[in-house]
Every structure is written in structure tokens, then in C-alpha cells.
Design a protein around this ligand. Structure first.
Ligand SMILES: Nc1ncnc2c1ncn2[C@@H]1O[C@H](COP(=O)(O)OP(=O)(O)O)[C@@H](O)[C@H]1O
Ligand SMILES: N[C@@H](CCC(=O)OP(=O)(O)O)C(=O)O
Length: 377
């Protein structure tokens, strides 16, 4: 958990959100130079062992430049059309930049609705894990052609915050055209002062934040603060730094006084366990044998299908269930399979699951990170 700037060097997974104001130029469109420099820096970060996800804006801005739709307000459908035109331009710029380092990129277009749906959330999470293991960089943007509100309000900051929870990141970094949060809008007030570290994000900070100051920015500082709130309350620290010059991300990750860092009060695991135990209501029961009970209670293991004896109730993938051992309820957890799938795979070895179901989503039934012992807290 990140408690101060010096902890940033221990981050193992970081989501980097890049705003339109950095990526698009009214005269020339995509700023390949900016992307190249950023990618060079990210390559160094990945070489040091960190996983990186990019959340990129810019599709609408690039589409506007391409079509010459610059000096007028666009309708929502025109923005969606612009996004459809700009998105492949963005992706090819990232692909080109990473190819110089021999790295492959992957496009993930998401909507916030996708991430509110537990099954889709898990799918997005598994896809990104698979990409990390293959050394590929996931590049996320909002699926603008199917959403309305987000494209209107320019909400990739909050998409970045949700993505940081989906991929279980330690840190969300929002790169923009200012050096962090200032006590007032720095593009309008020359005497504005940067805030270095925010321990508790509160109304006072929100009052400091104004609108976007650039031609292409949409959310302004206010949307970054609300994203920082989502991330930090989910156990992920957040930072706002300038993406105008390269080297700043590396400085931030080295613990130097760069941008604004928002600390989170509690680590993700504790928050998650509290949520599973106290907030979710169980939708069913999974009865396990004595060996599975011992593995879960004494050895800190995940629950595997081989130890499951019975399944009670009807529940969907990702539902909260009670784990019942020979002596009664021992734990709660989020089940990776539906009740119906569970009945088919219970008692079988993990190696048989793919053959029984025709696919293998997870080798465990409940992963240890999603499992809380009833007497743990
Ligand atoms: N208190 C503040 N501190 C820093 N920037 C602020 C503040 N209030 C408003 N802003 C404006 O927010 C802008 C960044 O938001 P935005 O243009 O939407 O960026 P992006 O495209 O990177 O998401 C800055 O350029 C600045 O004009
Ligand atoms: N999905 C939109 C994001 C718009 C947006 O949030 O912009 P920004 O305020 O620059 O991060 C796009 O790619 O244009």
C-alpha cells in the first residue's frame, strides 16, 4: 500500500491515463512525438518489472481534426462518429511507438456499464491478466460509439479509476497539461500554487478545481478529482502529473516531488474483504470436504473444485457464496463459476474443468484474494 511518495517505487501495477489535450494538435492531429516519448518512458517502467495499462483519450479530438470539424460544437452523434474515426488513428500511433521496443499492444474498448456488470468486470479483469502475462500493453478507451453521457462529459478520468480497480493496480496516474492540482486554476491565475500530497480528498479540494483550459480537454480538474476519489476509496492511490515533458512519470515513481499524489487510507485487500464479509449478501452455499476446509482455514489456499461436495442455490458468476465445511460455515467468497457450472465440476480435479465445461475460466473455484474466513476479521 502506498502511504507516502517513497512507497511509489514499490508499485507493481500502474494505470496511466492520458488526456486529449496532450495527444491531439489542432493543426496536425496526432502528436506522435508525445506518444513516442511517453512510450519510451513506459518501456523503462515495464522493464523495471511494473505492469502498465494505458487509458487513452483523444479519439474524438483526432476525428474532429481529420474531418475539419474544429470550430463548432458537435452533436453527440457527430462526436461518436469522430471517435470512430480517431480511435484507429490513436491505436496505430501507440502500436508504432511500442513496436520500436518490440512490444505488442491490445485495444480494450469499455463502457462504465460494462464494469458495473460483475460478469463483464471479471471478463475484463481476466483479459487484462492474460495480456500482462503475455507482456502485452492493454490500451483502454471508452467505447464512445455506444455511450452518450460519457462522451458529453469527457469522462476518461473516471474510466481510468474504474480500470485501476479492475486490474487491481496500486496507482492511477493521470497525465495532463498542468503539473498537478493547484489551489486555483493555474491557466487563469499566475499565483496558483501546486498541492504536493493530498492525504484526505475533501470538499476544499473540489472547490479548487475548475473546467478544462485547453481546446480539447473536456473534464477539467473536477473530473480528475472525482476519479481520484473513486480510486482512493477503492484502495488505489492516484496522481496527477504533467505529461508535457518526458521524465516526469519516472520522477513520480522514484518518489520525487512531482505533481499531486492522492493517498488512499486503507489497502485494497482489507477493503475488499470487508466488502465481501459485511456488504455482500450470500446467494448460495458451497459445501466442502474436510481436506478443502483444512486447505482454506490452515493453509491459506484457494478453493479448488475437487474439494466441493455440494452446491446449494442458484447464483451467477462472481456471486458471493458461503463456504460450509463439515463443522459449519467457515468462509465467504466470490465464486468464479455459476451454480450450474459448479454442480458439473464439483469433485473433479482442476485439470478436468476445461473438458467438462468446454472452457476453462479459472483454475480455482474461489481465489484466495476473493475469500474471507469468517473469523479472520
Ligand atoms: N485547480 C486546478 N488545478 C489545475 N488545473 C486546473 C484547476 N482548475 C482547472 N484546471 C484546468 O484543468 C485542465 C486539465 O483538464 P483537461 O483539459 O480536461 O485535461 P485532459 O485533457 O488532460 O483530461 C488544466 O489545463 C487547467 O486549465
Ligand atoms: N473517449 C473520449 C474521451 C474524452 C475525454 O475524457 O477526454 P479528456 O478529458 O481529454 O480525458 C475520447 O477518446 O475522445
Amino acid at each position: 500500500m502506498i502511504r507516502s511518495r517513497s512507497d511509489l517505487s514499490h508499485a507493481r501495477r500502474v494505470v496511466v491515463k492520458i488526456g486529449s489535450s496532450l495527444l491531439a494538435d489542432v493543426d496536425h492531429g496526432i502528436r506522435q512525438d508525445v506518444i513516442d516519448h511517453l512510450v519510451d518512458e513506459l518501456q523503462g517502467v515495464m522493464k523495471a518489472g511494473m505492469d502498465v495499462v494505458i487509458v487513452t483519450s483523444g479519439s474524438v479530438a483526432l476525428g474532429r481534426v481529420q474531418l475539419g470539424w474544429l470550430n463548432r460544437t458537435l452533436s453527440v452523434h457527430e462526436k461518436q462518429a469522430a471517435a470512430a474515426i480517431g480511435q484507429p488513428v490513436l491505436m496505430s500511433a501507440y502500436a508504432r511507438a511500442f513496436a520500436r521496443h518490440g512490444r505488442t499492444v491490445a485495444q480494450m474498448l469499455l463502457t462504465k456499464d460494462d464494469l458495473r456488470n460483475r460478469r463483464r468486470y471479471l471478463n475484463a479483469s481476466n483479459t487484462s491478466e492474460t495480456l500482462f502475462s503475455a507482456g502485452v500493453v492493454p490500451i483502454v478507451n471508452e467505447n464512445d460509439t455506444v455511450v452518450v453521457a460519457e462522451i458529453k462529459f469527457g469522462d476518461n478520468d473516471s474510466l481510468g479509476a474504474l480500470v485501476s480497480l479492475v486490474v487491481d493496480a496500486d496507482l492511477l496516474v493521470m497525465l495532463t497539461d498542468v503539473e498537478g492540482l493547484y489551489d486555483k486554476n493555474p491557466t487563469k491565475h499566475a499565483d496558483a500554487k501546486r498541492i504536493g500530497v493530498v492525504e484526505h480528498l475533501n470538499e476544499e479540494h473540489v472547490e479548487m478545481a475548475g473546467d478544462a483550459g485547453s481546446a480539447f480537454g473536456t473534464g477539467g480538474m473536477a473530473s480528475k478529482l472525482s476519479a481520484a476519489r473513486v480510486a482512493t476509496s477503492g484502495g488505489v492511490s492516484a496522481a496527477i502529473i504533467s505529461g508535457k515533458e518526458s521524465g516526469r512519470l519516472s520522477r513520480l515513481l522514484a518518489g520525487e516531488d512531482e505533481g499531486t499524489l492522492f493517498l488512499c487510507g486503507v489497502d485494497r485487500q482489507t477493503r475488499r474483504k470487508h466488502w465481501i464479509l459485511e456488504v455482500l449478501s450470500p446467494k448460495g452455499e458451497i459445501h466442502v470436504d474436510v481436506g478443502a476446509q483444512r486447505a482454506i482455514v490452515n493453509q491459506g489456499s484457494s478453493l479448488l473444485p475437487i474439494g466441493v461436495k455440494d452446491v446449494i442455490g442458484v447464483f451467477d458468476k462472481g456471486a458471493c457464496v458461503e463456504i460450509v465445511g463439515p463443522d459449519g460455515v467457515i468462509a465467504r467468497g466470490l465464486c468464479n463459476y455459476t451454480a450450474e457450472e459448479m454442480r458439473r465440476i464439483m469433485g473433479h480435479g482442476s485439470g478436468d474443468v476445461a473438458e467438462i465445461l468446454g472452457y476453462l475460466d479459472f483454475s480455482s473455484v474461489i481465489h484466495r484474494d476473493n475469500l474471507v474466513l469468517c473469523k479472520e476479521e
